[in-house]
Design a protein around this ligand. Structure first.
Ligand SMILES: [Zn+2]
Ligand SMILES: [Zn+2]
Length: 270
């Protein structure tokens, strides 16, 4: 009778080592695939935001929603985006003008932003509201909002009465909804370029060229330890969806501003 052949300890160790090597090779690819899936879900959300805005504009005689009341009817508040007690599906009476067009779908939170916000508490570590992200998208306040107030007089006239879609000079180059950063970016990519000195998400995006206020979120495709180096998803006024950088080395600091300015060329700086 033949003796039953068993694995030796060496053979088992070799098999375990091979599995470990395979895991090390495959894990980054798996993580990348998961990040890409989150990116695609986010782009789909913004596509649906574009459709909702289109329906709203058609029903409103060409007027775009107001950037402070499109999501919550009493306006954007700094920490509401991560306040589970103010969830709009659970509290629809808090919803703003665009909410009737958005309420049916679960499209208000980018899954990548969710991960990022829970990982990098940043400015919200001490605000006292548990970090339970509810929504992460913001409307460009230059379209129909208060952003024109913050523009120096020489440039103000170009945009101060903007509220109709037909007034936007370059609909394919102007962001309608995007993702806002929740932490300040004082030294973008280590270049010294200041993109934003505030980190906030209040549904209302009001960037200026000198970087003293809001900017796009930069969490997509960012290295784990360098959240300033990623990209943001955006839906434009013409309804196309695109990934954008928060800074353009070819232009003035703060591509965020360039992509929000509805007044056409020349793009002002201050
Ligand atoms: Zn996203
Ligand atoms: Zn907070």
């Amino acid at each position: 009778m033949a003796r039953r052949r068993a694995f030796t300890l060496i053979e088992l160790l070799v098999v375990i080592a091979i599995i470990a090597v395979l895991m090390a090779i495959l894990m980054p690819a798996l993580q990348k695939a998961r990040k890409q899936a989150r990116e695609i879900i986010c782009r789909n959300h913004l596509r649906q935001y574009g459709v909702a805005a289109r329906l709203y504009i058609d029903d409103s005689d060409g007027v775009m929603p107001y950037s402070f009341t499109w999501l919550y009817k009493d306006g954007g508040r700094g920490c509401r985006w991560h306040d589970a007690t103010k969830n709009l599906q659970a509290n629809p009476s808090l919803g703003g003008t665009l909410w009737p067009y958005l309420k049916a779908a679960d499209i208000h939170l980018c899954p990548d932003f969710d991960v990022m916000a829970r990982t990098i508490l940043g400015d919200h570590a001490n605000c006292g509201i548990p970090m339970e992200p509810q929504h992460g998208y913001v409307m460009n306040s230059y379209l129909h909002g208060d952003a024109w107030n913050y523009v120096p007089d020489p440039h103000k006239l170009a945009i101060r009465d903007t509220k109709r879609e037909s007034q936007v000079k370059n609909p394919s180059g102007v962001v309608f909804f995007s993702e806002e950063n929740t932490w300040s970016i004082p030294n973008f990519n280590g270049t010294g370029v200041r993109l934003s000195s505030v980190g906030i998400n209040d549904n209302n995006l009001r960037p200026v060229p000198n970087g003293t206020t809001d900017c796009f979120g930069t969490h997509h495709r960012a290295p784990v330890s360098k959240p300033d180096m990623g990209l943001s998803n955006a839906v434009f006024v013409d309804s196309h969806v695109e990934m954008v950088s928060a800074s353009n080395p070819l232009g003035p600091p703060g591509n965020t501003f360039i992509l929000c300015w509805p007044g056409g060329a020349p793009i002002p700086t201050w």
